[in-house]
Design a protein around this ligand. Structure first.
Ligand code: B12
Ligand code: SF4
Length: 555
């Protein structure tokens, strides 16, 4: 039967391609310096952690090149699941592909055999159009007739950033037939699917853009969506547990009630909107029914408001689902110990902490509504209960100095969250801090900026310093990994200790990334051997992707 809609999750750029691109910017470019902490050199290859695991698995199993032993796309892409569920609920034939690269063959088969009327490209993760262009070309080669639709955050950001003269050019370059312009967009997609299927004109559907004659952007009327999270919750029963795997992501809230100086998400996503406890219970029941072992709540502030968070933890205890769960967590908002006990009893296995700085003046400049003391208390309570934590930091926000960086190092060594990472500040002109540019003598944008107390190169130096001097918490790389790799790996059968060990051994190898002399090479061989030996003791479930033909993840 013909598909009404095929939805594509995410397209991860191969790391080697990324290195080539950022390498061309020169060794001092921030992107290049950041990439140094995102991979290890292993037997002559530069591999981010997920590819390192695939390589260890390939050697152990004797599989051939192209073996995808590990890929974060095994966790079903949430936007793709969400949009598929939304369309199915309204009676449309919809299916999704979680990750393009390891599922290329399946995507090609769906495009030719199920001949979708619409092919939808989600853009949750893209800060530039490159990955979308690659997908559009792939889709058109396999099915020139399908209508290619692109929407989501990338489109919204391009519309805000590009001026009237460049927007048609950028959209034409991406090459889709239609763009959805809305912070949500699911209902526009439903209307578009109906219109195309029924042969009605696109002009009937709000929130659309397309390019006419390569130079004019045509837009239909704007009707911003405000979809109810209760009415639009994912109906997990529509899916097969074996297809989805044991690690599932969901969200119980949209947007965020805070206004951190560096973040534009609440501006983009609108007012905070919450799903009811009944909806959450229905979703969790269905996930348990599908056999989920690990559930990830991607809400930006899962424990705000606190009474609701208590209700959710109590619900998980009462229902005895037995799965481990993970979320972002504002640990500075929680006092006392009871809440942490409740989290542990309800199965919390790991939390993402947006700490940002170990210095109160920087936290204040960030409008973080948090203090170092409250953070300290929160992390200590988590550590006592064996809940793993990942603490994320920003280097170089206005107000940052050598001294405040030292405070971050001291904080990490003193409080010891399980994992941490620090990244140079990315100056986003859409974020609230931009309104205070004059106060901080701020100039530039993105990864090239300067303010009264630091510039972007100084922020990179600070990252190197924190990486080198923190000994009591383990560096967790970002590239296709990040905190979200924790549920994935535990779901694949790793023990928490094995995940910790991976990070310890990975760091031993990562510190040797830059060296070329004989001494470094000898140390590298020892560190590589330790990883091979460690992996010999890992008894993980097989990958869903295995030797996916044509997967260039390891190239
Ligand atoms: C989980 C996660 C990951 C995981 C994903 C695992 C997986 N299997 O899915 C991993 C670790 C892989 C990851 C990687 C990265 N991530 Co990430 N990630 C997230 C996280 C926590 C959740 C994303 C999510 O699923 N959202 C839920 C979906 C439902 O929301 P949504 O995309 O907004 O979709 C809605 C609409 O936008 C719309 N929509 C989306 N696309 C389309 C298309 C059409 C046609 C229509 C109609 C509608 C539509 O539909 C949805 C329903 O309304 C977010 C933070 C957050 N809390 O959201 C960061 C986030 C998305 N990640 C981010 C970034 C920067 C990255 C990386 C680039 C980091 C890096 N340098 O490596 C990589 C990119 C990887 C890649 N392939 O390119 C940024 C994105 C910034 C941006 N887009 O401006 C975020 C917002 C974090 C942040 N605040 O910085 N990430
Ligand atoms: S960083 Fe997190 S808590 Fe702060 S405004 Fe953004 S989404 Fe909200």
């Amino acid at each position: 039967m013909r598909l009404d809609c095929l939805i594509i999750g995410y397209n991860d750029t191969p790391f080697s391609r990324h290195l080539d691109l950022v390498g061309r910017k020169g060794g001092q470019a921030i992107e290049y310096r950041t990439a140094r902490h995102d991979h290890v050199r292993f037997d002559g290859q530069r591999l981010p952690y997920m590819d390192l695991l695939s390589e260890l698995d390939r050697r152990r199993s004797g599989a051939g090149a192209g073996h995808v032993g590990y890929h974060i796309g095994e966790v079903p892409n949430l936007a793709a699941v969400y949009l598929t569920s939304h369309l199915r609920r309204h009676g449309y034939e919809a299916d999704f592909v979680s990750a393009f690269r390891p599922e290329q063959d399946r995507l090609a088969a769906l495009l030719t055999e199920r001949d979708p009327v619409l092919t939808v490209i989600t853009t949750t993760f893209y800060v530039s159009p490159g990955p979308v262009i690659e997908l559009v070309e792939f889709v058109r080669e396999r099915n020139p007739e399908t209508m290619v639709v692109v929407g989501g955050p990338l489109v919204a950001n391009l519309i805000v950033d590009a001026d009237a003269a460049t927007l048609p050019w950028v959209l034409a370059e991406i090459g889709a037939d239609v763009y959805v312009h809305d912070g949500q967009g699911e209902d526009t997609l439903r209307r578009l699917t109906a219109a195309v299927r029924d042969g009605r004109p696109l002009e009937d559907v709000p929130n659309l853009l397309w390019v006419r004659d390569g130079e004019t952007v045509v837009s239909t009327r704007r009707v911003p969506e405000n979809n109810s999270l209760d009415e639009c919750a994912i109906e997990w029963g529509q899916f097969d547990g074996a297809d989805l795997g044991p690690v599932l992501q969901t969200r119980t809230a949209r947007s965020c009630a805070f206004k951190c100086g560096f973040c534009d998400y609440p501006i983009r996503a609108g007012a905070l909107s919450l799903a009811s406890l009944e909806t959450i219970e229905r979703e969790l029941d269905a996930m348990a029914e599908l056999g989920a072992t690990d559930v990830v709540f991607i809400d930006d502030t899962f424990n705000v408001p606190l009474p609701r968070f208590v209700d959710i933890c109590q619900l998980m205890i009462r229902k005895g689902y037995g799965f481990r769960w993970y979320s972002y967590f504002r640990c500075g908002n929680v006092r006392g110990s009871d809440m942490f006990d409740l989290m542990a009893r309800s199965g919390c296995a790991g939390v993402f902490l947006g700490i940002e700085s170990g210095d109160d003046t920087v936290l204040k400049a960030m409008s973080k509504s948090a203090s170092v003391d409250r953070y300290r208390n929160g992390i200590e309570r988590l550590n006592e209960r064996g809940i793993m934590s990942f603490a994320s930091f920003i280097a170089g926000f206005p107000g940052e100095t050598e001294r405040t960086v030292q405070h971050t190092i001291d904080f990490l060594n003193d409080v010891a969250p399980t994992f941490f990472r620090i990244e140079p500040w990315w100056y986003n002109h859409r974020a609230p801090i931009h309104q205070q540019a004059a106060k901080y003598a701020l100039t530039g944008r993105d990864f090239r900026w300067r303010h009264a107390t630091m510039d972007s190169a100084g922020a990179c130096d600070a990252v190197d310093r924190v990486f080198a001097e923190v000994t009591e918490s383990l560096w967790m790389p970002m590239w296709n990994f990040d905190f979200w790799a924790l549920p994935y790996l535990l779901g694949r059968g790793f023990s928490p200790e094995q995940v910790v060990r991976l990070h310890r051994l990975g760091r031993d190898l990562m510190v040797l990334n830059d060296g070329e002399d004989a001494g470094t090479a000898a140390r590298r061989r020892v560190a590589e051997r330790a990883l091979v030996d460690w992996y010999a003791g890992v008894d993980s479930r097989p990958s869903r992707y295995g030797s996916a033909a044509g997967s260039p993840t390891l190239r």
